[in-house]
Design a protein around this ligand. Structure first.
Ligand code: HEC
Length: 114
C-alpha cells in the first residue's frame, strides 16, 4: 500500500476522502452504464440505435443535445419536453416515461449517449 499512500501516516480524514472519491468514481462509471440499460428497459432501442434506424440515432441526438452540457436543469426540462411530446410526434415510449427516467435518459444523451 506504500506506493498508493506515499505518506504512511496519512491523516485519516484524507484516507476517508480518497475512499469516498474512489466510491464516487465507481458510481459515475456504473451510472453511465445504468442509463444505457435504462434506455434498453424503456424500449428506446426498438426505434433508436447507434446507427440509422427509424428514429434519430443516439450519436445524432447526443450532438443535438450537447449544448445543454453543464446546465443543471436541462435534463429535466428536456425530459419533460420529451414526455409531453408536444414538439415531437406522439410517441408512446416517450410519453410513458416517468419524470425521473426521462431526466436520467436526457442526461445520458446530453453526456454523449455512450
Ligand atoms: C416507436 C419508436 C420510438 C421509441 C420506442 C422511442 N423513440 Fe425517441 N423518437 C422516435 C422518433 C420517430 C423520433 C423523431 C421524432 C420527430 O421526428 O419529431 C424520436 C425522437 C427522440 C428524441 C429527440 C427529440 C428531438 O427532436 O429533440 C429523443 C431525445 C428521444 N427520441 C428519446 C427517446 C428515448 C429516451 C426513448 C426510450 C424511452 C425513445 N426515444 C423511444 C421514435 C421512438
Amino acid at each position: 500500500m506504500k506506493w498508493w499512500y506515499p505518506a504512511t501516516r496519512l491523516d485519516p480524514t484524507l484516507k476517508t476522502y480518497h475512499a469516498l472519491l474512489l466510491a464516487f468514481l465507481v458510481l459515475i462509471t456504473s451510472t453511465a452504464h445504468a442509463n444505457r440499460q435504462l434506455a434498453v428497459r424503456n424500449g428506446c432501442m426498438s426505434c433508436h440505435a447507434d446507427t440509422e434506424l427509424d428514429a434519430p440515432p443516439w450519436p445524432e441526438l447526443a450532438t443535438k443535445y450537447e449544448k445543454y452540457r453543464g446546465q443543471p436543469n436541462a435534463a429535466s426540462i428536456q425530459g419533460e419536453r420529451l414526455r409531453q411530446g408536444k414538439f415531437f410526434k406522439n410517441i408512446k415510449a416517450h410519453r410513458k416515461l416517468s419524470p425521473t427516467n426521462a431526466t436520467e435518459l436526457m442526461q445520458w444523451i446530453i453526456d454523449g449517449a455512450n
